[in-house]
Structures are given as C-alpha cells and as structure tokens.
Design a protein around this ligand. Structure first.
Ligand code: V47
Length: 365
C-alpha cells in the first residue's frame, strides 16, 4: 500500500488538495525530511529560491489588558510593577526613516479613548509616510467596535484613513472551543475572528493568520484550524501569510517545554502543503529561533518576518531569541540557507533582491 507521503507526492504533482485525514497522517509521519522536501518543492514552485523579509518594528503600546488569558505572560493589570503605557510621542519615537512596516498590537486597554488610537496612527503616518501600518488583531478590532459602539467596517475604515494597510494574524490562537474554554475563555472564538477577517478582506484590507501550537492542542485541532483558514481564503483570497507561533512556556507553563525543532518544521511543512491557497508561510524567528527559522526555509517557508526592533510578547514569556535582528543578519541567515533574500514591504511588494550575495559564507567550496 502506498504511504501517505507517496500519495501526497502524487497530489502535489497533480495539484490535488490534501484532505483532513492526509494532513493528520502527515503529522504522524516519521519521515520528516521527505515531508520537508515535498513542502519545499511546493514552495519552490511558487517562489523559487526566494525568501522574504521586511525592515520592520514591533510596537506594543501597552501591556495593560482587560483579559487574563492562561497562556499569556505579556498582559498585566494597571498598577502592577511590570505594567506600562506609551504616549503617542513614545510610539512615534520608536519609528525611524528606514522602516517599511510597523506591527502594532497590545493589550485590550480598559480606558484609552478612541482618539488616542486614531491620533497614534495619524502621528506615525504624518511623520513617516513611507511606513506601512500593520496593526490590531481581530480581538482588538472586536474590542474597539464594542467599546466605541461602531461597526467593524467603521473601525477599519477609520484606521485605514490614518495609515492602516493590513491586519496582523494574532489572536486566532487555536480554533477549538475545548482549548478556548481552558486557556482564553473570555477572548473571541473562531466564528468572530474569521468574521472580522472576512470583513477586512471584503474591504480590500489584506490580513495574516496565526496558530498558537505546542501547548494542549491536538493534531486534529491544528488541522481543523488550518482548514477553517483554507475555507475562508477560498472565498476571499485576502490572507497573505500564515504564521505558526510556537507557544513559549514562560511563567504560564501550560506545558513545561517549547515544541521541538522537528515539531516546528513539521508544522511549517504541513501548512505549506495544506494551505495551497496561502501565498506565504512565515517561519517566525522570534518563537522558532534563528536557526530553526532558517532551516524552515527548506521545509516550505518563504518568509522569516523582519528586523522586529523590540519584541515584547514572546520575550515576556522568556523567548530565547534576540529582541531584534539587523538587515545584514537576516540577509546572511537567508543566504546561508541557500536562498535569495528578498526585502519586501508589509504587503509583500518586492523592494530589493539580494542576488549578488555569495551563497556560502565559508571559504570551503
Ligand atoms: O495572538 C501570546 C501569541 C500573538 C504567547 O501577522 C504567544 O505578521 C507564544 O500574532 N507564546 C501575537 N505565542 C503575535 C502575532 C504575530 C507575530 C508575528 C507576526 C505576525 C503577523 C503576528 O502571540 C498572540 C498570541 O497568539 N502569544 N503569548 C506565548 N507565551
């Protein structure tokens, strides 16, 4: 009988879709290297040897949050020693001329007014018109709509008018009611998260999607999560990138250890094979670490995010990666993995292709 990898290899050639059962079988597959080769083949058919990155900065204006999700080390309450709140000037002060993207997300702040959020984007947009703003997860958009009595369309339109170009993929966690009840019972679930992304897409605002894995979720739940995204993408074509986020145990310790390297690579590879309608699969170096993220470029990923500048969410959970990387480091990481670095903007327009870099950093031929 043909193995699942033989079958999937056939399907890749004939461009047939993977089923739920096949994706599940891939998670249980022992030949991870062959799985990676198949995913790499699919990635190369779309992007050849290219791997994308962006000169960006993450800004998390406050960690004060009305929620207290069981898996999150970032959120806190006002008055606690680790609580912080940035002024608009402090947010703008984190921007600079060379940035192409800012990625802004934060806690669900209990009492910041609407004008603060709009004023923040207006100030960034006026001072740095070249910076594209990718901001607010669906969880935040839902919170703003309820708090400020607006429709989701009104919230998105108002932010678009002051520079928003895309929504990031956070807040999806795992689309499983079982996991939601255990880890984030007061956060929106799958239907509302998907609805907000559907609305954004219908307005021409592209978005990303994440999955938080490596805690208490099952392989079935990982696959079902990806299938819900694949279904929505079939209708809207509005997703740019899928980003698997490896849970950082930090102090919340839902599980004691972070997912292994092989688990990371399998998840990336299966995402590439299953999400045949997602152009980009991102290996996020902040959670995976630089070494696994660059290896993932051979397992189906075509993007490693960017310079980041100052990462707080994963580092509040003791992530071992640095808080920022330089452009040179990203170019070297990608080049050393045998790929061609492509500097992009937030919407994946190509800005520069580093064709001329030597493929091997060592003098050994
Ligand atoms: O939604 C929180 C996750 C997300 C932990 O769209 C944790 O380009 C791991 O969404 N361990 C925010 N993850 C980050 C995010 C993101 C990152 C990079 C790129 C993009 C993009 C989006 O971080 C949250 C939550 O799922 N998170 N705590 C933790 N301890």
């Amino acid at each position: 009988m043909a193995s699942v990898l033989d079958r999937v290899a056939q399907q890749v050639t004939s461009q047939e879709r993977l089923t739920r059962e096949e994706a599940l079988a891939l998670f249980r597959e022992r030949d991870v290297i062959r799985l990676g080769r198949l995913a790499h083949h699919v990635k190369r058919a779309r992007w050849n040897d290219r791997a994308h990155f962006v000169i960006n900065r993450q800004i998390n204006p406050s960690n004060v949050c009305v929620l207290s999700c069981r898996f999150c080390d970032f959120a806190t309450k006002r008055g606690r020693p680790n609580a912080y709140e940035m002024t608009i000037q402090e947010v703008v002060g984190r921007c600079s001329e060379e940035l192409r993207e800012v990625h802004i997300v934060g806690g669900l702040h209990p009492d910041w007014p609407w004008d603060y959020y709009i004023g923040m984007f207006r100030a960034i947009h006026e001072q740095y018109p070249q910076i594209q703003i990718k901001a607010w997860t669906a969880v935040e958009i839902d919170y703003f709509a309820k708090k400020f009595r607006k429709t989701v369309e009104q919230v998105l339109e108002a932010f678009r008018a002051v520079g928003l170009v895309a929504l990031p993929g956070g807040g999806a966690e795992v689309f499983s009611e079982r996991v939601r009840k255990a880890l984030f019972p007061f956060k929106i679930g799958a239907p509302r998260w998907l609805e907000i992304h559907r609305i954004a897409h219908s307005m021409g605002i592209p978005t990303n999607a994440t999955i938080l894995y490596g805690h208490m979720e099952t392989y079935e739940e990982r696959v079902d999560h990806m299938l819900k995204l694949r279904d929505l993408q079939d209708t809207t074509q509005g997703f740019m990138s899928f980003i698997p986020l490896a849970y950082q145990p930090g102090k919340t310790q839902v599980v004691a250890r972070q997912a292994s390297a092989m688990e990371d690579l399998k998840t990336i590879a299966i995402a590439r094979l299953l999400l045949d309608n997602f152009p980009h699969i991102k290996a996020y170096w902040v959670t995976m670490g630089e070494e696994i993220a660059s290896t993932a470029l051979h397992f189906g990923a075509d993007d490693i995010d960017g310079t980041i500048g100052e990462e707080r969410i994963m580092h509040a959970a003791d992530a071992a990666s640095p808080v920022r990387l330089t452009r040179d480091r990203l170019v070297d990481l990608i080049t050393e993995s045998g790929c061609v670095p492509v500097e992009r903007d937030a919407l994946y327009h190509t800005l520069h292709i580093y064709e001329d870099r030597a493929r091997c950093a060592s003098p050994v031929s």
